[in-house]
Design a protein around this ligand. Structure first.
Ligand code: NAP
Length: 249
C-alpha cells in the first residue's frame, strides 16, 4: 500500500540532493508533490525526473514574498497540504575568525529565517493531523571544524521545531527534525573546499562515521517518509539523526 496516498507534500530545496530524493520517494508513495528551488531550468528538470504530476515553484526561501506566493499557489491548486518539509539550505565552511557579516547573514537568511517564515506562511494551510519536517544537521549538536555559523543556523531551526510541536498541538500537527550526517549530494561541491581537497575531505568525513561511509540521499528520504507517514504517527518533536552513527563518534 502506498504510504502517502492522496497526501499533498511541499518540499523546499526539492530540486537536488536530499530534497529531490525525498520528493521522488513521496511521489512514488502516492503523494502529490510540490518542490521549490531557485533556478527554473533545474526545477523543471527535477519535476520531469520526479514525475507523478510533481509541480515545481521557483523562488528564494530568503525572500518572505516567496513563501506567501507558494502558500497562495498551494491553496489555489490543492486547497491544503499534509506535509511540509523545510529542507532548502546552504553551507560554506569558514573558521569563525574569518566569517564576514555577509556570510553570516546569508546562512541565517536561508537556513534559519527561510525556515521560520516558510512555516509561518504554510502552517495555516496544513490539514489538521498533518506534519512538518525541518532539515537540520548533525552539525547542530556535534562540533565540526569550521562549521560554527552553519551549526548555529541549524541549531536554531531545531529549537523552532520543538516550539512548533507545542504551538500546533491544538491541530495535532506533528513537527520533527531530520538531522543528516554527511550525505553525498551537490552540497559537497558548495562547501568552499577546493576540488583538489575534496577527496581528502570526504575520506576524513567517512572515517568519522561508524558506518564507514557517507550517507546516500535515498537513505535520508526513507527517514523522511517514516516521519511524514503513518509509520511515524506517534513521533513528535524528535530530532532523528540519520548519520550512520556519527553523533557518537
Ligand atoms: N548533504 C549533507 O551532507 C548534509 C548534512 C547535513 C544537513 N544537510 C542539509 O540538508 C538539506 C539539503 O541539502 P543537500 O545535501 O540535499 O544539498 P543540495 O543538493 O545542495 O540541495 C540543497 C537545496 O536547497 C536549495 N536552496 C539553497 N538555497 C536556497 C534558497 N535560498 N532558496 C531556495 N532554495 C535554496 C538548493 O537549490 P539550488 O540548487 O538552487 O542551490 C537545493 O535545491 C540542507 O538544508 C542541508 O543543510 C545536508
Amino acid at each position: 500500500m502506498q504510504q502517502l496516498k492522496d497526501k499533498v507534500a511541499v518540499i523546499t530545496g526539492g530540486n537536488s540532493g536530499i530534497g529531490k530524493a525525498t520528493a521522488s520517494l513521496f511521489a512514488r508513495e502516492g503523494a502529490q508533490v510540490v518542490i521549490t528551488g531557485r533556478r527554473q531550468d533545474i526545477v523543471d528538470e527535477a519535476v520531469r525526473e520526479i514525475g507523478h504530476g510533481a509541480v515545481g515553484i521557483v523562488g528564494d526561501v530568503a525572500e518572505l514574498a516567496h513563501h506567501q506566493a507558494l502558500a497562495e499557489t498551494v491553496r489555489a491548486r490543492f486547497g491544503a497540504l499534509d506535509v511540509y518539509m523545510a529542507n532548502a539550505g546552504i553551507i560554506n565552511l569558514t573558521h569563525s575568525k574569518t566569517v564576514t557579516p555577509e556570510e553570516y547573514d546569508r546562512h541565517f537568511a536561508t537556513n534559519t529565517r527561510g525556515v521560520f517564515f516558510g512555516v509561518q506562511a504554510i502552517a495555516p494551510l496544513i490539514r489538521d493531523g498533518g506534519n512538518i519536517i525541518v532539515t537540520s544537521s548533525l552539525a547542530a549538536t556535534k562540533v565540526l571544524p569550521d562549521h560554527a555559523v552553519y551549526a548555529g543556523s541549524k541549531a536554531a531551526v531545531a529549537a523552532f521545531a520543538r516550539n512548533w510541536a507545542i504551538e500546533l498541538k491544538p491541530r495535532r500537527i506533528r513537527v520533527n527534525i531530520l538531522s543528516p550526517g554527511p550525505v553525498d549530494t551537490a552540497i559537497l561541491g558548495k562547501l568552499g573546499v577546493s576540488e583538489a581537497d575534496r577527496p581528502a575531505f570526504e575520506q576524513q568525513m567517512a572515517s568519522l562515521i561508524p558506518a564507514g561511509r557517507m550517507g546516500r540521499p535515498e537513505e535520508l528520504a526513507r527517514a523522511a517518509l517514516f516521519l511524514a507517514s503513518e509509520a511515524g504517527s506517534f513521533v513528535n518533536g524528535v530530532e532523528l539523526h540519520v548519520d550512520g552513527g556519527m553523533t557518537l563518534a
